[in-house]
Design a protein around this ligand. Structure first.
Ligand code: HEM
Length: 454
């Protein structure tokens, strides 16, 4: 019937009618994801810095370039390295596609971290948004795992030893079970290592497992969680904003076309930047993996080097207790702090900003002082060579930092009477310490994991 009516239109009218229909369909698709109206506060650059949207585009670019790479990649120990070499040197455009894929994956890790900071410091988990924060924390872990699982695929020296270190970190619980003398009965560390790499050593089982995780399970999980994340934003009434800035529905802006153009602009900028950088920054490819020739120092991927640094003090504390406490803290933030009056305000105002700066300085002093002592005078084992491993496990910078930070947050809580302020204090201190330990791991650890400048 509709087609009949189209037949009776003049060619000019039919043309504009077709264009109108296409526009309606596109708008509907766009408006499926976005609410029809958007609060002007959400459109301000300083509200989100576009970080969530950048993440979406990076993920799409990763899927697209990943599918192209998969056309030539072979996930077997015998062929993986050569297939990547072919992608770089033989397949037309392969080098650029691989560079973009690698750059986008590092960018995703950095941007998801920044997005986490922005949502925390603007109190975006308040006002009934707890669930979306929890989805976000899971997505944060998924992004790290996506990047880590891709790390092994080239099967070169860098990837092999980075993943070997990662799998050793997974076995961190062994320090405790060894001390208790129960590893032969309960080997939790070995269980986690087996779960990750499927064997005692990184080999074909690990490669198959990482490949399947990287190309199927983790992307699917991230797609499902992204859908839930966006659904929650719609359900929660759009992005968070200060209570004083609430508007009536008809005072808000139409999402179409202003938001569409903004997002298109961000998309073009992300693609252009990645394309530009991919001509200058080469994705590394060392010699083929050689399990009998370890790299020295063998380092995990850079985003796990903070943990590797802590593991070098104590495997159990650094590789298990501290990461578990940190994740538990992240998940619990919106359930401990419900001071909704601070929603949508950067740093919860000037008091929170001052506390953020103070907590950052405090963390820098606490961590750097300990590192200074370590570099100049060594650790507890150097002072008392015969000391029991129990003391080494309990008295080290990883344990000390955690205890000091928790006490600090408790003091802030009792002085201010505010859960938001103590969350800001603990979050800031933990993030600053994580950054410092990561920087140390990247640039200040040389052969045999000694201190030095790379
Ligand atoms: C791949 C990972 C992620 C993607 C693709 C993603 C995407 C987005 C997008 C597009 C938005 C709306 C725009 C914006 O706020 O920039 C958003 C909002 C939000 N995200 Fe994420 N996000 C991810 C990870 C995270 C993480 C790690 C957290 C924190 C733990 C998080 C927590 C939130 C919250 C609470 C909001 C609502 C913000 C508000 O109401 O102001 N997200 N996310």
């Amino acid at each position: 019937m509709e087609q009949n009516s189209q037949k009776t239109r003049s060619p000019k009218n039919a043309d504009s009618y077709r264009r109108q229909r296409i526009r309606n369909i596109t708008q509907n698709f766009f408006l499926h994801i976005h609410a029809p109206r958007v609060h002007p506060h959400s459109m301000k650059l300083t509200t989100t810095f576009g970080l969530g949207v950048i993440l979406v585009f990076l993920f799409l670019i990763m899927i697209l370039t990943g599918v192209l790479l998969m056309l030539h990649y072979t996930p077997s120990v015998a062929d993986a390295y050569n297939s990547v070499k072919d992608i770089v040197h033989v397949v037309p455009g392969g080098r650029i596609i691989r560079n973009i894929h690698r750059l986008a994956s590092h960018a995703m890790v950095i941007v998801v971290f920044l997005h986490l900071l922005r949502t925390f410091y603007t109190g975006a988990y308040l006002g009934g948004r707890q669930l979306n924060w929890v989805f976000g924390v899971v997505m944060f872990v998924l992004v790290l795992l996506m990047s880590f699982s891709g790390y092994l695929l080239p099967w070169d020296q860098l990837s092999y030893w980075a993943v070997t270190i990662g799998s050793n970190i997974a076995a961190s619980a062994r320090e405790l079970t060894d001390l208790l003398g129960i590893t032969s009965f309960i080997d939790a560390g070995g269980f986690f290592q087996q779960l990750l790499i499927g064997d005692e050593k990184v080999g074909q089982t690990a490669l198959t497992r990482f490949f399947m995780l990287h190309v199927v399970f983790l992307p699917l999980a991230l797609i499902v969680l992204s859908a839930l994340h966006f659904w929650r934003i719609r359900k929660d009434g759009g992005l968070s904003r200060p209570v004083a800035k609430e508007l009536k529905e008809q005072e808000k802006w139409y999402a179409w076309p202003v938001l569409m153009w903004t997002e298109l602009g961000i998309f073009i900028a992300v693609v252009a930047l990645l394309l530009f950088l991919s001509f200058f920054i080469e994705a590394p490819l060392l010699e083929a993996a050689n399990p009998s020739h370890p790299e020295n120092p063998a380092k995990s991927p850079w985003y796990f080097l903070g943990i590797q640094e802590l593991v070098s003090y104590s495997a159990f504390m650094g590789g298990l207790v501290v990461p578990v406490l940190f994740m538990w803290f992240l998940f619990s933030i919106p359930y401990k702090d419900r001071e909704d009056q601070y929603i949508g305000q950067w740093f919860s105002g000037s008091v929170g900003l001052r506390l953020t700066v103070r907590s950052a300085v405090f963390a820098i002093v606490v961590v750097l002082l300990q590192l200074l002592v370590l570099v100049k005078y060594g650790g507890i084992r150097d002072w008392f060579p015969g000391i029991s491993q129990w003391f080494v496990m309990l008295l080290n910078p990883a344990t000390f930092t955690v205890v000091v930070f928790i006490v600090y947050a408790m003091i802030v809580r009792s002085r201010t009477g505010s859960t938001r302020m103590s969350a800001i204090a603990l979050f800031t201190a933990a993030i600053v310490a994580l950054i410092i330990f990561t920087v140390i791991g990247i640039w200040f650890r040389v052969e045999n994991w000694e201190f030095g400048l790379i």
